[in-house]
Design a protein around this ligand. Structure first.
Ligand SMILES: Nc1ncnc2c1ncn2[C@@H]1O[C@H](COP(=O)(O)OP(=O)(O)O)[C@@H](O)[C@H]1O
Ligand SMILES: [Mg+2]
Length: 256
């Protein structure tokens, strides 16, 4: 057996604000296999987005190591695509132009990229909207563009930070199904942050529960249930109970 695809070893980060220290990550370690879908849940403010910012090299870590296929890397920039709740579409670019952002930044062949972008937009249900402006789209449609743009990067790792957090329940459910379809098709390795236990259980191969700040991994839970899943399935109901209890115990530890 070779190395795990992505290894995170004892990542730690303390912010210093006006001379006061705020420890946010405390020795986060995680191994992810190639093509695996790992969800991370944790109390609000525990450090989930900070973990992704550190992984992307946007925030320097104090300690720790990241390895990709066994090789130490400083961060995952140009190795991972990052998507957050706010879709961050560029308002002055059409849907198609937004989808072509990564190929432009990465210096890929643009005519070929455009052909792929059109295919991907079709796959996410946006055929016919290539030349629409972002402001004319619904929240769900904007997240579809963001998802297509993320996949257009062709990068092997996707870091998704509460990507569907701002959507209504039905749109969210459809986006989850779309994400699973795209994951099965393109087989990226996914780290998916959510505060929604059910979302984690419907999507992921494993769910990591983070502690209250400073975050470390409290427990990893395997979800060995074939997809498509329904939250009403017995093993998922049991896991849901377990995850909720873990989360609640973390939230209690920080409140007075
Ligand atoms: N760049 C920063 N400088 C100082 N403090 C920060 C910075 N980014 C995040 N924090 C603090 O770190 C803590 C964790 O934030 P965050 O990672 O966004 O939590 P989560 O995503 O789990 O809700 C919060 O208390 C937040 O205020
Ligand atoms: Mg966050």
């Amino acid at each position: 057996m070779g190395h795990p695809f992505l290894e995170i070893h004892r990542l730690s980060k303390t912010f210093v604000l006006n001379g006061r220290k705020l420890p946010v990550l405390q020795g986060i370690s995680l191994e992810v296999q190639e093509g695996e879908f790992v969800a991370l849940i944790g109390p609000s403010g525990c450090g989930k987005s900070t973990l992704f910012n550190v992984l992307m090299g946007l925030v320097p870590a104090d300690e720790g190591e990241i390895r990709l296929k066994g090789e130490p890397v400083p961060h995952l920039q140009r190795r991972a695509a990052y998507m957050i709740q706010k879709d961050l579409l560029l308002p002055w670019r059409t849907v198609l132009q937004n989808t072509l952002l990564y190929p432009e930044i990465l210096g890929h062949d643009l005519p070929r990229a455009e052909a792929r972008a059109r295919e991907l937009l079709q796959e996410v249900g946006l055929a016919g909207f290539e030349h629409a402006w972002p402001y004319t789209l619904s929240g769900g449609m904007r997240q579809r563009v963001a998802l297509a743009r993320t996949l257009m990067s062709g990068l092997p790792v996707l870091l998704l930070d509460e990507p569907f957090g701002a959507l209504d329940a039905l749109t969210r459910r459809r986006m989850q199904q779309l994400l699973l379809k795209l994951w099965q098709h393109y087989q990226p390795t996914i780290l998916f942050v959510t505060h929604d236990v059910e979302e984690a259980l419907l999507l992921a191969d494993r769910v990591g529960v983070l502690t209250a700040r400073p975050a470390r991994i409290r427990e990893m839970v395997e979800v060995q249930v074939p997809r498509p899943r329904s939250i009403a399935q017995e093993p998922l109901l049991r896991l849901r109970q377990k995850l909720l209890q873990l989360l609640e115990s973390e939230v209690q530890e920080v409140s007075p």
